[in-house]
Design a binder for this molecule. Structure first.
Ligand SMILES: Nc1ncnc2c1ncn2[C@@H]1O[C@H](COP(=O)(O)OP(=O)(O)OP(=O)(O)O)[C@@H](O)[C@H]1O
Ligand SMILES: [Mg+2]
Length: 253
C-alpha cells in the first residue's frame, strides 16, 4: 500500500530550482532508494518528507489524502521517522538513554523507569539481531554502524510507519554497511516503508525494491527493481556517458 505519494513536486530556493517535478510513491514493506550525486536534491526531498521544508508546488499525499506538513511534528505524527546521519545519537549518553531520548518511560513523580528501559532496549536490539552486550555504555563507544542501528531500532520500536535514512552507510566500511543494510531489510520485513538515501548503487541494489535517481533536481530514473539492473544503476550513478567522455578526454581509451 502507498503511504506517501509525491506528485510533481518542485522546490526553489530563491531563483534556484533544487527539485523540478519529482514523482514518488513510497510503499509499506518496500525499500525505496533515492540516489544521486552531490547537490542532486536528495536532502531537499527528504526535508520535504520530514516536514522541515514545504514544496514550492506539487502535491503530497499521505494514505491517499492531500496533506501539508507545517512542522517536523506533523511528519512525526503521520508516522514518518527520519534518521539524520549526524544528529542521530548523543555520544555522552548511554545506549539505553539514547534509545528512549525524548520518550522516556517515567513512573510516579517523574521518576525514570531505568530497569525497564534497559531491558526493553536490550531486547529490541537483540530482536533485530544486533549484539551490544551492555546497553549502559556510552553511545560514543559504538561503531558507526551500531549507532545507525540504534537509531533505526528506536524508530521501529516507537512505531514508525515510514523510516527515512539519509546516507546511513556513507561513512562506513563494508562490514558496518552490511550491519546497517541488514537492519534496513529487517525493518522492511516488518512492513515498514523505508526510504534509503545513498550515493552507492551497490548498497541500494542489495536492499532496494524501487529506485529513483535525481540529477540537478530532475528525476533521471524511477523504476521498480524488475525494470532495472545493478549495471544500469551503476552506469547512471557513475555519470553514464559523462564518464566515458571524461575517459576519452583524459586519453585513457
Ligand atoms: N537552504 C538552501 N538555500 C539555498 N540553496 C540550497 C539550500 N539547500 C540546498 N540548496 C541547494 O540545493 C541543491 C540540492 O541540495 P541538496 O542538499 O538537496 O543535495 P543532495 O542531493 O542532498 O546533495 P549531497 O549528496 O551533497 O548531500 C544544492 O545545489 C544546494 O546548494
Ligand atoms: Mg544530502
Amino acid at each position: 500500500m502507498a503511504v506517501i505519494q509525491l506528485r510533481d513536486i518542485t522546490k526553489s530556493y530563491g531563483s534556484f530550482n533544487a527539485l523540478r517535478g519529482v514523482n514518488l510513491t513510497v510503499r509499506e514493506g518496500e525499500v525505496t532508494c533515492v540516489l544521486g550525486d552531490n547537490g542532486a536534491g536528495k536532502s531537499t526531498l527528504i526535508k520535504i518528507l520530514a516536514g522541515l521544508h514545504q514544496p514550492t508546488s506539487g502535491e503530497l499525499l499521505i494514505d491517499d489524502s492531500p496533506t501539508t506538513f507545517t512542522t517536523p511534528r506533523d511528519a512525526i505524527d503521520a508516522g514518518i521517522a527520519t534518521v539524520h546521519q549526524t544528529l542521530a545519537i548523543v555520544d555522552e549518553l548511554s545506549v539505553w538513554r539514547n534509545f528512549f531520548l525524548g520518550q522516556e518511560l517515567t513512573g510516579r513523580f517523574g521518576r525514570l523507569r531505568e530497569d525497564e528501559m534497559k531491558r526493553i532496549c536490550a531486547e529490541q536490539l537483540r530482536e533485530m539481531g544486533i549484539d551490544i552486550p551492555d546497553v549502559d555504555v556510552d553511545a560514543g563507544n559504538l561503531s558507526g554502524g551500531q549507532r545507525q542501528v540504534v537509531a533505526i531500532a528506536r524508530a521501529v520500536y516507537f512505531g514508525a510507519r515510514v523510516l527515512i535514512l539519509d546516507e546511513p552507510t556513507a561513512a562506513l566500511g563494508v562490514k558496518q554497511s552490511g550491519v546497517v543494510l541488514r537492519f534496513v531489510a529487517a525493518a522492511r520485513d516488518r512492513g515498514i516503508a523505508v526510504v534509503l538515501v545513498t550515493h552507492n548503487p551497490h548498497h541500494a541494489y542489495l536492499v532496494g525494491d524501487h529506485f529513483t535517481i535525481l540529477k540537478l533536481g530532475r528525476q533521471e530514473l524511477d523504476a521498480p527493481r524488475a525494470d532495472v539492473t545493478l549495471e544500469e544503476l551503476t552506469h547512471q550513478m557513475a555519470g553514464g556517458g559523462e564518464l566515458e567522455a571524461l575517459s576519452h578526454e583524459l586519453g585513457r581509451r
